[in-house]
Design a protein around this ligand. Structure first.
Ligand code: ZN
Length: 408
């Protein structure tokens, strides 16, 4: 096999009928606890260092602590983890409250909306009625992102745009069990997404119905691109008119047809070069898979499931990434695709594959050969996302990529 500068060679034998013996609760629970301790030693608690939002700021650690504490296997540590989570998220909430730029406050993964959402989850889990405070702040952001061109860089993507705000609302509804936004509010945001995509596609003379850009680049992947925008439109398709729904589904099929050997280029219309192929959640099949999973869950067309299966095959080949343990462009992000496929198919092969990737995270080869991560505590690039993945490996029937659910 040729060597690849972006990934380690996967030398593991594929599934042959049995799961790995050494990866039961008694082995993984202590690893999670030790990793949480490692994270807590690194996470800054100073207001001067609370930037980065859920993506790579301290707020993402609060989410990971909350997520671990929700798993019954960690019941003994639940209160302690939630207390730490509250401490961390309260600092972030204070920073966001002081933020003058309301457009930055509305951002999901890089700003305030995500921080308010996680604060509401943590407070609710602790039984504090105060959870309505951050929830109200979250709800009030609705008006900020309703205007069609509210951001100059691109108003629709996941990290700072409308798709992110809708994604946060989806997770909040799932976690708190209450309505977050009114149907009219959701409808208005979805209509802005569709109108914005129509306008852009028309202006740029694209031969398909909806397209978007972020800082001038027409991304296709989950991070800033078409796939997560469409995924959110599908998640709320009940509020769309039949005409709007048709545009969304046409766009889903358009994106499906952009596949190049089980992967998608980061940018529309470019060819994937073998040397520079990205197999990341942020750019490529490991993130695009969630759109087709959502499409399959809605209408059960086999072509969508087949697309997800091809994504998972590519990730098995090229997903032992050298960019750290995280979920954005690291090994845990790759492994989450296997957990997704397990939930879609029930096939234990995918649990086995996820177990192998978890095992690899603790090998010398990984430690020696992967690039260092700036904020090792972070949710998307560091160990907080890894912790979420390890917890999900223990509860694969409930597993979901952090803050990016397709099963609600
Ligand atoms: Zn990334």
């Amino acid at each position: 096999m040729e060597s690849n500068k972006r990934c380690f060679e996967n030398r593991y034998a594929d599934y042959s009928g049995s799961l790995l013996a050494g990866q039961g609760n008694e082995a993984v629970v202590p690893v999670v606890v030790a990793t949480v301790e490692r994270i807590l030693k690194k996470v800054p608690l100073d207001a001067a260092e609370c930037d980065g939002g859920l993506y790579d700021g301290p707020a993402g650690v609060a989410y990971a602590l909350y997520y671990v504490s929700e798993c019954p296997l960690f019941a003994a540590r639940r209160d302690a983890y939630l207390k730490r989570a509250k401490h961390i998220i309260d600092v972030s909430v204070k920073c966001v409250d002081a933020e003058q730029d309301k457009n930055l406050r509305v951002a999901f993964l890089l700003g305030g909306a995500g921080i308010y959402a996680v604060a509401a989850m943590v407070y609710k889990a602790m039984g504090l009625s105060d959870f309505v405070k951050p929830l109200t702040k979250f709800r009030n952001l609705w008006e900020v992102c309703a205007p069609i061109h509210f951001l100059e860089c691109g108003s629709d993507e996941l990290f700072v745009g409308r798709a992110g705000y809708l994604c946060a609302a989806l997770v909040l509804k799932q976690r708190l069990g209450i309505e977050i936004l009114s149907t009219e509010q959701i409808k208005a945001i979805c209509q802005a997404i569709i109108e914005s995509g129509k306008q852009y596609a028309r202006k740029k003379r694209k031969p398909f119905p909806l397209m978007y850009s972020y800082y001038g680049t027409e991304y296709l992947g989950a991070a800033h691109g078409l796939s997560s925008i469409l995924q959110m439109a599908l998640s709320y398709q009940d509020v769309l008119s039949p005409g709007e729904r048709e545009l969304v589904w046409q766009s889903v099929d358009f994106l499906m047809n952009q596949e190049q050997n089980c992967n998608w280029p980061a940018e529309l219309g470019t060819m994937i070069e073998r040397e520079n192929e990205l197999v990341h959640w942020c750019h490529g099949a490991p993130g695009v898979a969630y759109l087709f999973a959502k499409a399959y869950l809605i209408n059960k067309r086999p072509q969508y499931l087949d697309t997800c299966i091809r994504c998972a095959e590519l990730v098995w080949q090229k997903g032992l990434l050298k960019k750290g343990p995280g979920i954005c462009h690291g090994v845990a992000g790759s492994a989450y695709v296997f957990l997704l496929l397990y939930r879609l198919t029930g096939n234990s092969k995918y649990i086995y594959r996820a177990q192998r990737f978890a095992e690899f995270l603790f090998t010398e080869e990984f430690k020696a050969g992967s690039s260092s991560v700036n904020r090792i505590y972070s949710l998307f690039e560091g160990l907080s996302g890894t912790v979420c993945f390890l917890v999900d490996l223990l509860q694969p029937d409930k597993s979901e990529f952090p803050l990016f659910s397709v099963f609600t």
